[in-house]
Design a protein around this ligand. Structure first.
Ligand code: 3AM
Length: 441
């Protein structure tokens, strides 16, 4: 089977699929063609970013500071590139996905596991604070994992960027559910970035240990009141040490709230503690940041689109179809999958109709373009609307490969949708192992 594949390149990066749509940018997977290294490309609209001069000075400062930061628990910012209309922030690729997906799938963590993530979180937060960089929007969505299961904080130091792109500050960055924000941040008085970040770390620790949030309410005003009064209940099964630390962090008064040096001395925190080992990067060059913000045309990165025929034969199809096994969703180094494929028996039009029939009752709006479909669930989920792209590739007139890919929204909601879809389509789905045990490797 031949199909034209468009290969996009930005400078030395081969641009792959969209990983997701964050609060202020589209994120795409890309590969450094020179080194083979995987990266995440954050793609921003240049005009929006540079329209406010004061903001752009701050964003430039944040990006420059982040380039100097080389902490094992902070997503590295490698470089920034600009084209005529876009700005690309090249980031370390965190292949383990989001910590929140792990908790939502596996439930709360054991104390030792939660402590390990929390120690890495505090190490990274402390380091960035010592450099004068504050996150201001710490929440589990910003906690990613690498291939070894180490925590990597994303968007550290890019708070001006999210405010700029969101335009409406707090409400935007927290998507209207400020569960992780400190009382003084909600009060909208001037606040100290360091102590406010620590509060969010306390909320995260609570969530890791208990599997739910300390402050929750469908009514925003009630939620604000609960946060301001630090009104929450610790699960009875939490150890006294963990409870004690949470109470010290979730102190609504920022002046008496525990600080990092005291956390480092806390008995519960200290168990099996390993300080982070890393080298400082004073030598990082900031020419790329200068060029982007000067917007000098001579430094614009080249963007190319090349049509490449890609062929898939039946053997490749069979090996790709292993993704049908739902168990694979949660295993392996790649963490949580945002896309999968299955082989299906039947004509392409019939498959389109079946996907449509399976998606509509679930509340999806459907847009069709030949054998590509865009499904959007208008009932907002945990991260806004769930958007899914599907594509059907022909192997033979009666055998097709269906690709199902999340383009926006929550990964676990996508998994639920995929399960329903594959159940509805089970009559036509071709399973490896259907015809021979040998296929089922
Ligand atoms: O849409 P989801 O939640 O699947 O995890 C981030 C989020 O995924 C991911 O891009 C989406 C929009 O923010 N993401 C952000 N930075 C990343 C990075 N450095 C990243 N994934 C891997 N590495």
């Amino acid at each position: 089977m031949n199909r034209p594949k468009v290969q996009r390149r930005v400078g030395k990066y081969e641009v792959g699929k969209t990983i997701g749509q964050g609060t202020f940018a589209k994120v795409r997977y890309a590969k450094n063609a020179e080194t083979g290294e995987s990266v995440a490309l954050k793609i921003l609209d240049k005009q929006k970013l540079l329209k406010n001069n004061k903001m752009s000075v701050q964003i430039k400062r944040e990006i420059s500071t982040m380039k100097l930061i080389n902490h094992p628990n902070v997503v590295r910012l490698y470089e920034v590139l600009a084209s005529k209309t876009k700005i690309y922030i090249v980031l370390e690729f965190a292949m383990g996905g989001e910590l929140v997906d792990k908790i939502r799938h596996d439930g709360r963590l054991k104390e030792d596991g939660a402590r390990r993530y929390f120690q890495q979180l505090i190490n990274a937060v402390d380091y960035c604070h010592s450099r004068g960089v504050y996150h201001r929007d710490l929440k589990p969505e910003n906690l990613l994992l690498d291939g070894q299961g180490n925590l990597k904080i994303s968007d550290f130091g890019l708070s001006a960027l999210s405010r700029q792109a969101g335009g409406d500050g707090l409400l935007h960055t927290t998507c209207g559910t400020p569960n992780y924000a400190a009382p003084e941040v909600l009060g909208d008085q001037g606040y100290d970035g360091a102590t406010a970040d620590l509060w969010s770390c306390g909320v995260i620790l609570f969530e890791l240990l208990s599997g739910h949030l300390p402050f929750e309410d469908s009514n925003l005003l009630t939620l604000y009141n609960k946060i301001t009064a630090a009104e929450y209940n610790c699960p009875y099964w939490l150890s006294p040490g963990a409870k004690n630390l949470i109470v010290r962090i979730l102190d609504p008064n920022p002046t008496t709230r525990i600080k990092v040096p005291e956390i480092l001395e806390d008995a519960w925190f200290k168990k099996d503690y390993k300080p982070a080992v890393f080298e400082e990067r004073e030598e990082a060059k900031l020419d790329d940041v200068e060029d982007v913000f000067k917007d000098s045309e001579e430094h614009h990165v080249t963007e190319k689109k090349e049509e490449q025929p890609t062929s898939i034969n039946a053997f490749e199809l069979i090996s790709m179809s292993r993704a049908l096994d739902l168990g694979n969703f949660f295993e392996g180094e790649e963490g949580f999958k945002r896309e999968t494929r299955f082989a299906a028996i039947g004509g392409a039009n019939e498959l389109v109709q079946k996907i449509e029939a399976a998606s509509k009752p679930l509340g999806f709006d459907i847009q069709k373009n030949n054998y590509k479909m865009r499904l959007e669930n208008v009932n907002a989920g945990r991260k806004g609307n769930l958007e899914v792209a599907t594509e059907i590739f022909q192997v033979s007139p009666s055998l097709h490969m269906v690709e199902v890919r999340k383009t926006k929204g929550d990964t676990l909601e996508f998994h639920k949708f995929y399960k329903k879809l594959s159940t509805t389509l089970k009559d036509v789905v071709w399973k490896s192992g259907d015809t021979s045990d040998n296929n089922n490797k």
